[in-house]
Design a binder for this molecule. Structure first.
Ligand code: GLU
Length: 422
């Protein structure tokens, strides 16, 4: 699909409006959720290693704080743009409401290919960004976190630069930090765990046997790699994995641990160098329509769209990425009887453990990984059950159902609050 014609924020509005209509809401009831509360664009001049100055563009969008401080990651990617960040911020509002954690939604981004920066340049860029958006962030205002292209190290630099203005450690300003600097055990694997729980649940609900299921996972970043590993540990067959260079496919299953080892030194290594019995190579576009039962798109937006949706062979989709499916594709998939566990539920494990990290920062008392993961499982299971029930009772897709669950919470809270904080 033509990249320019795809506007993720318009996509979000379409789903929001249709969920509101299902709930019988008047536009006035949720009008504040149709526009972000605040959009900040900043210029970030950085001295590069060779001495010249380059100016990068950064954003922080605060969509809604009806249910708590704005919350959401910071994306470092060359395609970052305001419509994308707005959509990602709104999805965070919905996501936090679906899993019932006391947060609103926000998102940030820097238009940069971080792979082309040295460690020093990345650090200076992050520090500049932290200070540039510091007037609107803070542990009770807006709490960033990692997203595509950003890492725990980047969160540590962010925390340090922000804190330096106040001459004390302020760990609660950002989540997804390394465990050694006020991070939470289990945060790095949390999104993957959440996806695995949703995967397990949706197989149960649709009566599928774990050992019969072939799974294709697109993307091998923090989300794709952990979910692929956990899903194969459950006994399902992972038949396809990919990175930016393309995909590997094997009908008898891929050894996910071997694939991980293969990418351990260079995550962008050409997948064609991965040799194993029966392995075929394909593009990321081919992976979306490959022969499998469950598809886990865990890379970027707009992967399943009007053009390829009708060719999808999977019967179940669990969205690891944010916004991998367009509204037009949603309709096609649902007409084909495909069950889709939406991003705002499936990948909510990350922000849920971000919440746990923030709670630990606030109370200055840290939990074991076991405690974190079992609390996460409980939160994900409850959210899944609620969305599933709403979906079956109202005969709507799980995406519409998730928006309905979220809208209900948001609109109710808004009614109690009144006019001021949106
Ligand atoms: N970037 C992740 C997401 O899209 C995590 C956000 C967070 O932990 O605040 O859900």
């Amino acid at each position: 699909m033509d990249k320019k014609s795809y506007n993720p924020y318009d996509n979000m509005l379409e789903v929001l409006d249709s969920a509101a209509a299902e709930l019988g809401l008047d536009k006035q009831d949720y009008i504040t959720l149709r526009t972000p509360d605040r959009e900040l664009k900043v210029s970030l001049p950085i001295k590069m290693d060779d001495g010249h100055t380059e100016v990068f563009e950064g954003y922080r969008v605060q969509h809604s704080n009806i249910l708590g401080p704005y919350k959401g990651g910071i994306r470092y990617h060359q395609d970052v743009n305001i419509d994308e960040v707005k959509a990602l911020a709104a999805w965070m509002t919905i996501k936090c409401a679906v899993v019932n954690i006391p947060y609103g939604g926000g998102k940030g981004g820097i238009k940069v290919d971080a792979r082309k920066l040295s460690e020093g340049e990345k650090k200076r860029l992050t520090q500049k960004f932290a200070l540039a958006i510091s007037p609107i962030v803070g542990p009770t205002k807006d709490i960033p976190a990692p997203d595509v292209g950003s890492t725990p190290q980047i969160m540590a630099w962010f925390m340090d630069a922000y804190s330096s203005q106040f001459h004390e450690n302020i760990p609660g300003v950002v989540t997804g930090k390394p465990v050694e600097v006020f991070g939470s055990k289990g945060r790095g694997i949390a999104t993957g765990y959440g996806i695995m729980y949703c995967f397990k649940k949706v197989l149960e609900k649709t009566g599928k046997k774990m050992s019969d299921v072939k799974v294709a996972v697109q993307g091998f970043g923090n989300v794709g790699s952990v979910s692929a590993k956990l899903i194969s540990d459950l006994g399902a067959k992972v038949v396809a994995c990919s990175n930016v260079t393309g995909a590997v496919y094997c009908k008898d299953g891929i050894d996910v641990a071997e694939f991980e080892k293969f990418l351990s030194d260079d995550k962008d290594r050409d997948v064609k160098e991965f040799k194993a019995n029966g392995v075929e190579y394909m593009s990321n576009a081919d992976l979306i329509v490959c022969d499998c039962d469950v598809l886990v798109p865990a890379a970027l937006e707009d992967q399943i769209n009007e053009t390829n949706a009708k060719n999808v062979k999977a019967k179940i989709i669990v969205e690891g990425a944010n916004g991998p499916t367009t509204v037009a594709a949603d309709q096609i998939l649902s007409d084909m009887g495909i069950v889709l566990v939406p991003d705002i539920l499936a990948n909510a494990g990350g922000v849920t453990v971000s919440y746990f990290e923030w709670v630990q920062n606030n109370q200055n008392f840290y939990w074991t990984e076991q405690e974190v993961i079992s609390k996460l499982e409980h939160q994900m299971d409850e959210a899944f059950e609620e969305v599933w029930k709403t979906s079956t009772e109202n005969k709507v897709s799980m995406r519409t159902a998730a928006y309905m669950v979220a809208l209900n919470r948001l609109v109710t809270a808004k009614k109690y609050k009144g006019e001021f904080l949106s």
